[in-house]
Design a protein around this ligand. Structure first.
Ligand SMILES: [Zn+2]
Length: 552
Protein backbone atom coordinates (compact mmCIF):
# COMPACT_ATOMS: atom_id res chain seq x y z
CA UNK A 1 0.00 0.00 0.00
CA UNK A 2 0.98 3.57 -0.45
CA UNK A 3 -0.96 6.38 1.17
CA UNK A 4 1.15 9.17 -0.27
CA UNK A 5 -1.88 10.72 -1.85
CA UNK A 6 -0.18 14.03 -2.51
CA UNK A 7 0.49 14.35 -6.21
CA UNK A 8 2.41 17.61 -5.86
CA UNK A 9 5.11 16.01 -3.72
CA UNK A 10 8.31 14.61 -5.17
CA UNK A 11 8.55 10.83 -4.91
CA UNK A 12 10.83 10.74 -1.91
CA UNK A 13 8.65 12.83 0.38
CA UNK A 14 6.87 10.94 3.12
CA UNK A 15 3.24 10.04 2.61
CA UNK A 16 0.65 11.61 4.77
CA UNK A 17 -0.79 9.62 7.60
CA UNK A 18 -3.73 7.81 6.04
CA UNK A 19 -6.86 9.82 6.78
CA UNK A 20 -9.45 7.48 8.20
CA UNK A 21 -6.88 5.07 9.53
CA UNK A 22 -7.23 5.45 13.27
CA UNK A 23 -6.75 2.14 15.03
CA UNK A 24 -9.19 1.63 17.83
CA UNK A 25 -6.62 0.18 20.20
CA UNK A 26 -3.49 1.91 21.46
CA UNK A 27 -0.28 0.78 19.81
CA UNK A 28 1.39 -2.20 21.32
CA UNK A 29 4.63 -1.51 23.06
CA UNK A 30 5.45 -5.20 23.36
CA UNK A 31 8.97 -5.57 22.07
CA UNK A 32 10.14 -8.33 19.84
CA UNK A 33 13.65 -9.54 19.41
CA UNK A 34 15.96 -11.42 17.14
CA UNK A 35 15.44 -15.20 17.35
CA UNK A 36 18.36 -16.78 19.07
CA UNK A 37 19.14 -13.72 21.16
CA UNK A 38 18.36 -13.26 24.85
CA UNK A 39 14.94 -11.66 25.33
CA UNK A 40 15.99 -9.03 27.85
CA UNK A 41 17.78 -5.93 26.54
CA UNK A 42 20.89 -4.81 28.36
CA UNK A 43 19.81 -2.10 30.80
CA UNK A 44 22.12 0.49 29.23
CA UNK A 45 20.34 0.26 25.87
CA UNK A 46 17.26 2.45 25.69
CA UNK A 47 15.55 0.45 23.02
CA UNK A 48 16.60 -2.88 21.71
CA UNK A 49 19.32 -5.47 21.52
CA UNK A 50 21.07 -5.18 18.17
CA UNK A 51 21.53 -8.43 16.25
CA UNK A 52 24.56 -9.99 17.86
CA UNK A 53 27.07 -10.76 15.11
CA UNK A 54 28.26 -13.82 17.01
CA UNK A 55 24.89 -15.41 16.34
CA UNK A 56 24.77 -14.51 12.69
CA UNK A 57 26.53 -16.24 9.88
CA UNK A 58 29.39 -14.10 8.70
CA UNK A 59 30.75 -16.31 5.95
CA UNK A 60 29.09 -16.11 2.57
CA UNK A 61 26.86 -19.13 2.15
CA UNK A 62 24.03 -20.08 -0.15
CA UNK A 63 20.76 -18.63 1.16
CA UNK A 64 19.15 -21.89 2.26
CA UNK A 65 22.11 -23.12 4.23
CA UNK A 66 22.58 -19.74 5.83
CA UNK A 67 18.95 -19.64 6.84
CA UNK A 68 19.41 -22.95 8.63
CA UNK A 69 22.48 -21.67 10.44
CA UNK A 70 21.07 -18.27 11.31
CA UNK A 71 17.51 -19.16 12.25
CA UNK A 72 16.65 -22.83 12.46
CA UNK A 73 19.63 -24.17 14.39
CA UNK A 74 19.55 -21.52 17.14
CA UNK A 75 15.82 -22.09 17.60
CA UNK A 76 16.29 -25.87 17.70
CA UNK A 77 19.11 -25.47 20.18
CA UNK A 78 17.01 -23.25 22.41
CA UNK A 79 14.10 -25.69 22.21
CA UNK A 80 16.33 -28.64 23.09
CA UNK A 81 17.86 -26.81 26.03
CA UNK A 82 14.62 -25.34 27.27
CA UNK A 83 12.24 -28.29 26.93
CA UNK A 84 13.61 -30.51 29.72
CA UNK A 85 13.76 -27.57 32.09
CA UNK A 86 10.22 -26.53 31.32
CA UNK A 87 11.33 -23.03 30.52
CA UNK A 88 8.61 -20.94 28.94
CA UNK A 89 10.23 -19.08 26.09
CA UNK A 90 9.25 -15.50 25.57
CA UNK A 91 10.01 -15.76 21.86
CA UNK A 92 8.32 -13.28 19.58
CA UNK A 93 5.22 -15.19 18.46
CA UNK A 94 5.78 -16.73 15.06
CA UNK A 95 2.25 -16.92 13.71
CA UNK A 96 0.15 -20.04 13.46
CA UNK A 97 2.60 -22.75 14.21
CA UNK A 98 3.78 -21.19 17.45
CA UNK A 99 0.29 -21.16 18.92
CA UNK A 100 -0.61 -24.81 18.32
CA UNK A 101 -1.66 -26.86 21.31
CA UNK A 102 -0.89 -30.32 22.57
CA UNK A 103 -1.28 -33.20 20.14
CA UNK A 104 -2.45 -35.55 22.86
CA UNK A 105 -6.13 -34.56 22.86
CA UNK A 106 -8.58 -32.20 21.16
CA UNK A 107 -7.94 -28.57 22.00
CA UNK A 108 -9.62 -25.27 21.28
CA UNK A 109 -8.21 -23.08 18.55
CA UNK A 110 -7.74 -19.48 19.63
CA UNK A 111 -9.31 -16.32 18.13
CA UNK A 112 -5.96 -14.91 17.01
CA UNK A 113 -2.51 -16.03 15.93
CA UNK A 114 -0.63 -13.96 18.49
CA UNK A 115 -0.02 -10.86 16.39
CA UNK A 116 1.24 -8.15 18.77
CA UNK A 117 -0.64 -5.35 17.00
CA UNK A 118 -3.76 -7.25 15.99
CA UNK A 119 -4.24 -9.93 18.66
CA UNK A 120 -7.62 -11.08 17.36
CA UNK A 121 -6.52 -11.27 13.70
CA UNK A 122 -6.50 -14.76 12.25
CA UNK A 123 -7.27 -17.96 14.11
CA UNK A 124 -4.90 -20.54 15.54
CA UNK A 125 -4.90 -24.31 15.12
CA UNK A 126 -5.26 -24.67 11.36
CA UNK A 127 -3.74 -23.66 8.07
CA UNK A 128 -6.19 -22.43 5.42
CA UNK A 129 -5.28 -23.74 1.97
CA UNK A 130 -8.13 -22.44 -0.23
CA UNK A 131 -11.14 -20.15 -0.14
CA UNK A 132 -13.99 -20.80 -2.54
CA UNK A 133 -16.09 -17.66 -2.32
CA UNK A 134 -19.52 -17.32 -3.97
CA UNK A 135 -21.20 -13.94 -3.48
CA UNK A 136 -24.66 -12.91 -4.66
CA UNK A 137 -24.69 -9.11 -4.75
CA UNK A 138 -27.90 -7.06 -4.71
CA UNK A 139 -27.00 -3.52 -5.82
CA UNK A 140 -30.44 -2.15 -4.88
CA UNK A 141 -30.35 -3.11 -1.21
CA UNK A 142 -26.51 -3.11 -1.16
CA UNK A 143 -26.53 -6.47 0.59
CA UNK A 144 -24.88 -9.79 -0.13
CA UNK A 145 -25.88 -13.37 0.49
CA UNK A 146 -22.87 -15.61 0.15
CA UNK A 147 -21.29 -18.97 0.74
CA UNK A 148 -17.60 -19.56 1.31
CA UNK A 149 -15.91 -22.93 1.59
CA UNK A 150 -12.70 -22.82 3.62
CA UNK A 151 -10.39 -25.75 2.90
CA UNK A 152 -7.91 -26.18 5.72
CA UNK A 153 -5.49 -28.52 7.42
CA UNK A 154 -5.61 -28.99 11.19
CA UNK A 155 -2.30 -28.17 12.91
CA UNK A 156 -3.56 -29.75 16.14
CA UNK A 157 -6.58 -31.85 17.18
CA UNK A 158 -9.42 -29.33 17.21
CA UNK A 159 -12.52 -29.50 19.38
CA UNK A 160 -13.31 -25.94 18.31
CA UNK A 161 -11.80 -23.22 16.15
CA UNK A 162 -12.45 -19.67 14.92
CA UNK A 163 -12.77 -17.85 11.65
CA UNK A 164 -12.98 -14.08 11.09
CA UNK A 165 -16.17 -12.60 9.62
CA UNK A 166 -17.91 -9.32 10.45
CA UNK A 167 -21.05 -10.06 8.39
CA UNK A 168 -23.83 -12.18 9.88
CA UNK A 169 -23.04 -15.89 9.91
CA UNK A 170 -26.20 -17.84 9.05
CA UNK A 171 -25.07 -21.46 8.95
CA UNK A 172 -21.83 -23.41 9.33
CA UNK A 173 -20.99 -26.99 8.47
CA UNK A 174 -17.73 -28.87 8.96
CA UNK A 175 -17.01 -31.84 6.70
CA UNK A 176 -20.66 -31.85 5.65
CA UNK A 177 -22.14 -31.86 9.16
CA UNK A 178 -23.87 -28.89 10.80
CA UNK A 179 -21.70 -27.19 13.39
CA UNK A 180 -22.55 -24.91 16.30
CA UNK A 181 -21.22 -21.37 16.05
CA UNK A 182 -21.14 -18.14 18.04
CA UNK A 183 -19.84 -14.69 17.16
CA UNK A 184 -17.61 -12.91 19.64
CA UNK A 185 -16.43 -9.35 19.28
CA UNK A 186 -16.02 -7.63 15.92
CA UNK A 187 -15.34 -10.61 13.71
CA UNK A 188 -14.38 -13.72 15.68
CA UNK A 189 -16.75 -16.61 15.02
CA UNK A 190 -16.20 -19.70 17.18
CA UNK A 191 -17.16 -23.01 15.58
CA UNK A 192 -17.74 -26.28 17.41
CA UNK A 193 -17.82 -29.16 14.92
CA UNK A 194 -20.04 -32.19 15.54
CA UNK A 195 -16.92 -34.18 16.24
CA UNK A 196 -13.32 -33.07 16.85
CA UNK A 197 -11.00 -32.68 13.86
CA UNK A 198 -7.89 -34.89 14.07
CA UNK A 199 -4.49 -33.26 13.84
CA UNK A 200 -2.90 -33.14 10.37
CA UNK A 201 -6.22 -33.86 8.66
CA UNK A 202 -7.77 -31.81 5.87
CA UNK A 203 -11.21 -30.41 6.54
CA UNK A 204 -13.79 -28.21 4.82
CA UNK A 205 -15.85 -25.51 6.48
CA UNK A 206 -18.89 -24.25 4.56
CA UNK A 207 -20.15 -20.89 5.79
CA UNK A 208 -23.43 -19.31 4.67
CA UNK A 209 -23.60 -15.63 5.53
CA UNK A 210 -25.27 -12.35 4.64
CA UNK A 211 -25.45 -8.66 5.35
CA UNK A 212 -24.66 -5.11 4.26
CA UNK A 213 -20.87 -4.68 4.26
CA UNK A 214 -21.20 -0.92 3.77
CA UNK A 215 -22.65 -0.65 7.26
CA UNK A 216 -19.64 -2.28 8.92
CA UNK A 217 -17.01 -0.09 10.50
CA UNK A 218 -14.42 -0.87 13.11
CA UNK A 219 -13.61 2.34 14.88
CA UNK A 220 -12.83 4.61 11.95
CA UNK A 221 -11.68 1.71 9.79
CA UNK A 222 -13.77 0.51 6.90
CA UNK A 223 -12.91 -1.64 3.92
CA UNK A 224 -16.08 -1.37 1.84
CA UNK A 225 -16.52 1.60 -0.47
CA UNK A 226 -19.77 2.52 -2.16
CA UNK A 227 -20.69 5.29 -4.57
CA UNK A 228 -24.24 3.97 -4.95
CA UNK A 229 -23.29 2.75 -8.43
CA UNK A 230 -20.00 1.09 -7.69
CA UNK A 231 -18.73 -1.03 -4.80
CA UNK A 232 -15.19 -1.95 -3.83
CA UNK A 233 -13.85 -3.97 -0.92
CA UNK A 234 -10.15 -3.28 -0.36
CA UNK A 235 -8.03 -2.37 2.63
CA UNK A 236 -5.00 -3.05 4.75
CA UNK A 237 -4.48 -4.48 7.30
CA UNK A 238 -8.09 -5.63 7.31
CA UNK A 239 -10.65 -6.10 4.56
CA UNK A 240 -11.55 -9.81 4.32
CA UNK A 241 -13.94 -9.73 7.29
CA UNK A 242 -16.16 -7.36 5.29
CA UNK A 243 -16.90 -10.02 2.66
CA UNK A 244 -15.67 -13.54 3.39
CA UNK A 245 -14.86 -15.75 6.40
CA UNK A 246 -11.16 -16.52 6.75
CA UNK A 247 -8.08 -17.01 8.84
CA UNK A 248 -7.52 -13.30 8.45
CA UNK A 249 -3.79 -12.87 8.94
CA UNK A 250 -0.97 -12.48 6.38
CA UNK A 251 0.90 -15.45 7.85
CA UNK A 252 -1.67 -17.81 6.31
CA UNK A 253 -1.95 -17.20 2.55
CA UNK A 254 -4.28 -19.49 0.58
CA UNK A 255 -5.65 -20.00 -2.94
CA UNK A 256 -8.68 -17.93 -3.96
CA UNK A 257 -11.60 -18.95 -6.16
CA UNK A 258 -14.02 -16.02 -6.32
CA UNK A 259 -17.45 -15.96 -8.01
CA UNK A 260 -19.73 -12.93 -7.81
CA UNK A 261 -23.27 -12.92 -9.22
CA UNK A 262 -24.57 -9.50 -10.27
CA UNK A 263 -27.42 -8.17 -12.44
CA UNK A 264 -26.47 -8.19 -16.12
CA UNK A 265 -24.78 -4.93 -17.05
CA UNK A 266 -22.49 -4.77 -14.04
CA UNK A 267 -18.89 -5.99 -14.20
CA UNK A 268 -16.93 -7.67 -11.42
CA UNK A 269 -13.15 -7.32 -11.17
CA UNK A 270 -11.05 -9.39 -8.79
CA UNK A 271 -7.70 -11.18 -8.40
CA UNK A 272 -6.00 -13.75 -10.62
CA UNK A 273 -7.36 -15.01 -13.93
CA UNK A 274 -10.80 -14.23 -15.32
CA UNK A 275 -12.17 -17.73 -15.95
CA UNK A 276 -15.60 -16.68 -17.10
CA UNK A 277 -17.85 -13.65 -17.24
CA UNK A 278 -21.00 -15.72 -16.92
CA UNK A 279 -20.92 -19.16 -15.40
CA UNK A 280 -24.59 -19.10 -14.36
CA UNK A 281 -26.09 -18.62 -17.84
CA UNK A 282 -29.04 -16.68 -16.42
CA UNK A 283 -30.83 -14.08 -18.54
CA UNK A 284 -30.86 -11.32 -15.94
CA UNK A 285 -27.65 -12.14 -14.06
CA UNK A 286 -23.97 -12.68 -14.77
CA UNK A 287 -21.63 -14.63 -12.52
CA UNK A 288 -18.01 -13.50 -12.80
CA UNK A 289 -15.45 -16.11 -11.88
CA UNK A 290 -11.84 -15.24 -10.93
CA UNK A 291 -9.19 -17.78 -9.86
CA UNK A 292 -5.72 -17.27 -8.38
CA UNK A 293 -2.96 -19.75 -9.29
CA UNK A 294 -0.81 -18.77 -6.33
CA UNK A 295 -1.75 -18.45 -2.64
CA UNK A 296 -2.43 -14.98 -1.29
CA UNK A 297 -2.92 -13.30 2.07
CA UNK A 298 -6.56 -12.56 2.85
CA UNK A 299 -6.18 -8.74 2.70
CA UNK A 300 -4.68 -9.09 -0.80
CA UNK A 301 -7.97 -10.33 -2.25
CA UNK A 302 -10.47 -7.71 -3.41
CA UNK A 303 -13.64 -7.30 -5.42
CA UNK A 304 -14.77 -4.26 -7.42
CA UNK A 305 -18.35 -4.24 -8.76
CA UNK A 306 -19.68 -1.60 -11.14
CA UNK A 307 -19.59 -0.52 -14.77
CA UNK A 308 -16.02 -0.90 -15.93
CA UNK A 309 -14.11 -0.65 -19.16
CA UNK A 310 -12.08 -3.85 -19.29
CA UNK A 311 -8.97 -4.31 -21.40
CA UNK A 312 -7.77 -7.90 -21.64
CA UNK A 313 -4.75 -9.33 -23.39
CA UNK A 314 -1.45 -11.14 -23.09
CA UNK A 315 1.96 -9.50 -22.70
CA UNK A 316 5.25 -11.28 -22.04
CA UNK A 317 3.29 -14.57 -22.08
CA UNK A 318 1.24 -13.29 -19.14
CA UNK A 319 -2.51 -12.62 -19.26
CA UNK A 320 -3.47 -9.13 -18.11
CA UNK A 321 -6.75 -7.45 -17.24
CA UNK A 322 -6.98 -3.71 -16.68
CA UNK A 323 -10.23 -2.14 -15.54
CA UNK A 324 -11.25 1.51 -15.29
CA UNK A 325 -14.56 2.79 -13.97
CA UNK A 326 -17.05 4.01 -16.56
CA UNK A 327 -17.92 6.76 -14.07
CA UNK A 328 -14.69 8.51 -15.08
CA UNK A 329 -14.89 10.78 -18.12
CA UNK A 330 -13.84 9.29 -21.47
CA UNK A 331 -10.66 11.38 -21.38
CA UNK A 332 -9.79 10.28 -17.84
CA UNK A 333 -10.54 6.65 -18.70
CA UNK A 334 -8.17 6.76 -21.63
CA UNK A 335 -5.49 8.41 -19.50
CA UNK A 336 -5.94 5.92 -16.63
CA UNK A 337 -5.76 2.98 -19.03
CA UNK A 338 -2.61 4.45 -20.55
CA UNK A 339 -1.03 4.50 -17.10
CA UNK A 340 -2.19 0.95 -16.25
CA UNK A 341 -0.75 -0.30 -19.53
CA UNK A 342 2.69 0.78 -18.29
CA UNK A 343 2.47 -2.13 -15.83
CA UNK A 344 4.09 -4.43 -18.41
CA UNK A 345 7.18 -2.27 -18.95
CA UNK A 346 7.34 -1.46 -15.24
CA UNK A 347 7.46 -5.18 -14.42
CA UNK A 348 10.33 -5.59 -16.90
CA UNK A 349 12.35 -2.96 -15.01
CA UNK A 350 11.48 -4.51 -11.65
CA UNK A 351 12.48 -7.95 -12.94
CA UNK A 352 15.98 -6.60 -13.65
CA UNK A 353 16.26 -5.91 -9.93
CA UNK A 354 14.17 -8.58 -8.23
CA UNK A 355 14.11 -11.49 -10.68
CA UNK A 356 11.08 -12.99 -12.46
CA UNK A 357 7.64 -11.59 -11.61
CA UNK A 358 6.21 -14.17 -9.22
CA UNK A 359 2.63 -14.52 -10.50
CA UNK A 360 0.90 -15.79 -13.61
CA UNK A 361 -1.36 -12.75 -14.13
CA UNK A 362 -0.97 -8.98 -14.18
CA UNK A 363 -3.29 -6.02 -14.10
CA UNK A 364 -4.72 -3.05 -12.29
CA UNK A 365 -8.08 -1.50 -11.48
CA UNK A 366 -9.14 2.13 -11.13
CA UNK A 367 -12.55 2.51 -9.49
CA UNK A 368 -14.26 5.91 -9.28
CA UNK A 369 -14.22 5.78 -5.47
CA UNK A 370 -11.68 7.99 -3.75
CA UNK A 371 -9.62 5.94 -1.30
CA UNK A 372 -7.49 6.92 1.67
CA UNK A 373 -4.64 5.11 -0.06
CA UNK A 374 -3.09 5.91 -3.43
CA UNK A 375 -2.72 2.26 -4.25
CA UNK A 376 -3.12 -1.13 -2.62
CA UNK A 377 -1.11 -4.18 -3.70
CA UNK A 378 -4.08 -6.53 -4.16
CA UNK A 379 -2.48 -9.62 -5.66
CA UNK A 380 -1.91 -9.61 -9.43
CA UNK A 381 -4.15 -6.53 -9.76
CA UNK A 382 -3.50 -3.47 -7.56
CA UNK A 383 -6.37 -1.13 -6.77
CA UNK A 384 -5.50 2.49 -7.55
CA UNK A 385 -7.05 5.72 -6.36
CA UNK A 386 -8.28 7.62 -9.46
CA UNK A 387 -6.76 11.00 -8.53
CA UNK A 388 -3.37 9.36 -7.99
CA UNK A 389 -3.33 7.35 -11.20
CA UNK A 390 -4.40 10.39 -13.23
CA UNK A 391 -1.38 12.37 -12.08
CA UNK A 392 1.28 12.04 -14.78
CA UNK A 393 4.23 12.58 -12.49
CA UNK A 394 2.96 10.46 -9.66
CA UNK A 395 1.48 7.45 -11.47
CA UNK A 396 4.68 5.76 -12.76
CA UNK A 397 6.27 5.52 -9.31
CA UNK A 398 2.97 4.57 -7.71
CA UNK A 399 2.67 1.66 -10.17
CA UNK A 400 6.30 0.70 -9.47
CA UNK A 401 5.56 0.73 -5.74
CA UNK A 402 2.45 -1.46 -5.93
CA UNK A 403 3.95 -3.92 -8.43
CA UNK A 404 7.08 -4.28 -6.29
CA UNK A 405 4.74 -5.56 -3.58
CA UNK A 406 4.05 -8.58 -5.81
CA UNK A 407 7.50 -9.78 -4.66
CA UNK A 408 7.57 -8.09 -1.25
CA UNK A 409 4.28 -8.46 0.59
CA UNK A 410 2.41 -10.76 -1.77
CA UNK A 411 4.77 -13.59 -2.80
CA UNK A 412 6.48 -13.20 0.58
CA UNK A 413 3.90 -12.28 3.22
CA UNK A 414 4.37 -10.78 6.65
CA UNK A 415 4.88 -13.10 9.59
CA UNK A 416 3.32 -10.45 11.81
CA UNK A 417 2.14 -6.93 11.19
CA UNK A 418 5.16 -5.48 13.01
CA UNK A 419 7.27 -6.90 10.15
CA UNK A 420 5.81 -4.21 7.84
CA UNK A 421 9.37 -3.09 6.94
CA UNK A 422 9.71 -6.24 4.80
CA UNK A 423 6.91 -4.94 2.57
CA UNK A 424 7.03 -1.17 2.54
CA UNK A 425 10.80 -0.62 2.68
CA UNK A 426 11.23 -2.53 -0.59
CA UNK A 427 8.16 -1.08 -2.31
CA UNK A 428 9.28 2.43 -1.35
CA UNK A 429 12.92 1.85 -2.23
CA UNK A 430 11.74 0.53 -5.61
CA UNK A 431 10.41 4.01 -6.37
CA UNK A 432 14.01 5.21 -6.14
CA UNK A 433 15.37 2.14 -7.93
CA UNK A 434 12.83 2.48 -10.73
CA UNK A 435 13.62 6.19 -11.10
CA UNK A 436 17.35 5.40 -11.25
CA UNK A 437 16.85 2.76 -13.94
CA UNK A 438 14.60 4.94 -16.07
CA UNK A 439 16.90 7.94 -16.40
CA UNK A 440 16.16 9.85 -13.20
CA UNK A 441 18.17 10.59 -10.08
CA UNK A 442 20.29 7.85 -8.61
CA UNK A 443 18.79 6.27 -5.51
CA UNK A 444 21.71 7.53 -3.43
CA UNK A 445 20.74 11.11 -4.27
CA UNK A 446 17.27 10.36 -2.90
CA UNK A 447 18.80 8.87 0.27
CA UNK A 448 20.92 11.94 0.94
CA UNK A 449 18.11 14.37 0.15
CA UNK A 450 15.65 12.49 2.38
CA UNK A 451 18.16 12.21 5.22
CA UNK A 452 18.94 15.93 5.12
CA UNK A 453 15.24 16.68 5.30
CA UNK A 454 14.52 14.36 8.23
CA UNK A 455 17.75 14.21 10.27
CA UNK A 456 16.66 16.80 12.85
CA UNK A 457 13.11 15.49 13.20
CA UNK A 458 13.30 13.63 16.53
CA UNK A 459 9.66 12.51 16.41
CA UNK A 460 10.22 10.92 13.00
CA UNK A 461 13.17 8.82 14.19
CA UNK A 462 11.43 7.87 17.41
CA UNK A 463 9.34 5.41 15.39
CA UNK A 464 11.61 2.39 14.95
CA UNK A 465 11.46 -0.17 12.18
CA UNK A 466 11.61 -3.14 14.56
CA UNK A 467 8.52 -2.02 16.46
CA UNK A 468 6.80 1.00 14.87
CA UNK A 469 3.65 0.49 16.95
CA UNK A 470 0.19 -0.23 15.67
CA UNK A 471 -0.84 3.40 15.29
CA UNK A 472 2.32 4.19 13.28
CA UNK A 473 2.32 1.02 11.19
CA UNK A 474 1.90 2.91 7.91
CA UNK A 475 3.91 6.04 8.58
CA UNK A 476 7.69 6.42 8.68
CA UNK A 477 8.37 3.02 7.10
CA UNK A 478 7.71 4.67 3.72
CA UNK A 479 10.65 7.02 4.33
CA UNK A 480 12.92 5.39 6.88
CA UNK A 481 12.52 2.01 5.13
CA UNK A 482 13.90 3.01 1.70
CA UNK A 483 16.67 5.04 3.33
CA UNK A 484 17.74 1.95 5.29
CA UNK A 485 17.74 -0.18 2.14
CA UNK A 486 19.73 2.29 0.07
CA UNK A 487 22.22 2.64 2.93
CA UNK A 488 22.49 -1.17 3.06
CA UNK A 489 23.11 -1.20 -0.69
CA UNK A 490 25.92 1.32 -0.19
CA UNK A 491 27.48 -0.85 2.52
CA UNK A 492 27.27 -4.31 0.94
CA UNK A 493 27.39 -3.36 -2.75
CA UNK A 494 25.02 -3.94 -5.64
CA UNK A 495 25.79 -7.63 -6.14
CA UNK A 496 24.96 -8.59 -2.55
CA UNK A 497 22.06 -6.13 -2.30
CA UNK A 498 20.24 -7.46 -5.36
CA UNK A 499 21.14 -11.06 -4.53
CA UNK A 500 19.42 -10.54 -1.18
CA UNK A 501 16.37 -8.96 -2.84
CA UNK A 502 16.05 -11.83 -5.33
CA UNK A 503 16.61 -14.58 -2.76
CA UNK A 504 13.99 -13.02 -0.52
CA UNK A 505 11.40 -12.06 -3.13
CA UNK A 506 11.63 -15.25 -5.18
CA UNK A 507 10.96 -17.66 -2.30
CA UNK A 508 7.28 -17.69 -1.31
CA UNK A 509 6.52 -17.87 2.38
CA UNK A 510 5.69 -15.85 5.45
CA UNK A 511 8.75 -14.31 7.07
CA UNK A 512 9.79 -11.79 9.70
CA UNK A 513 12.06 -8.76 9.81
CA UNK A 514 14.48 -10.75 11.97
CA UNK A 515 14.69 -13.39 9.25
CA UNK A 516 15.34 -10.67 6.69
CA UNK A 517 18.22 -9.27 8.75
CA UNK A 518 19.67 -12.77 9.09
CA UNK A 519 19.33 -13.27 5.32
CA UNK A 520 21.07 -9.93 4.67
CA UNK A 521 23.97 -10.95 6.93
CA UNK A 522 24.54 -14.07 4.83
CA UNK A 523 25.23 -11.90 1.79
CA UNK A 524 28.29 -10.18 3.23
CA UNK A 525 31.34 -10.70 5.43
CA UNK A 526 30.78 -7.22 6.90
CA UNK A 527 29.28 -7.40 10.40
CA UNK A 528 25.86 -5.80 9.92
CA UNK A 529 25.03 -5.72 13.64
CA UNK A 530 25.96 -2.04 14.14
CA UNK A 531 24.28 -1.10 10.84
CA UNK A 532 20.97 -2.69 11.85
CA UNK A 533 21.23 -1.16 15.31
CA UNK A 534 21.44 2.26 13.65
CA UNK A 535 18.73 1.80 11.01
CA UNK A 536 16.29 -0.80 12.37
CA UNK A 537 16.45 -0.58 16.16
CA UNK A 538 17.60 2.90 17.21
CA UNK A 539 15.00 5.61 17.96
CA UNK A 540 17.35 8.33 16.68
CA UNK A 541 18.76 9.34 13.29
CA UNK A 542 21.79 7.29 12.21
CA UNK A 543 25.05 9.24 12.27
CA UNK A 544 26.15 10.31 8.81
CA UNK A 545 29.04 7.82 8.54
CA UNK A 546 30.32 5.45 5.88
CA UNK A 547 29.61 2.53 8.23
CA UNK A 548 25.97 3.59 8.27
CA UNK A 549 25.92 3.56 4.47
CA UNK A 550 26.30 7.24 3.63
CA UNK A 551 28.09 8.20 0.42
CA UNK A 552 28.30 11.57 -1.25
ZN1 LIG B 1 3.13 -0.18 -0.10
Amino acid sequence: MWSGNQPSLPPDLPPSFPPGFAPSNPPSTAPSFVPGLPPNPPPSLPNWPPPDPRHLATRHRPFRAAYVFAIVLPLLLIALLAAPLGIALALRPAGQTATGGSRTGPTDGQPGVGDPYYPDAGSSGYDATKYQIAVDWDPVTETMTATTTISARALQPLSSFYFDLALQTDQVSVNGKDAAFEKRGFADVRVVPAKPIPADSDFDVVVHYSGAPGKITRGDVRAWWSSGKEWVVAGEPESAAWWFPSDDHPSDPALMDISVRVPTGLQVVSVGRLESKDTGQEAAFDTWHWVSRQPMATYLAFVAIGKYQLVEGVADQRPFVYAVSMQLSAADRAKALGQLEKSVTTVRVLEQMFGPYPFSELGGVVPANRFWFSGLETQTRPVYDPDSILNDRYAPILIAHELTHMWFGDNVTLRQWNDIFDNEAYASWAQWGFTERTGGDRANVALNRTYERTKNDAAFWQITMIDPGRSQLFSTVYTRGPMALQALRNVIGDEAFFSLARDWGQHPGSRSLEEWMAAAQTETTIDLGPFFQAWIFAPVAPARTAENGFRD
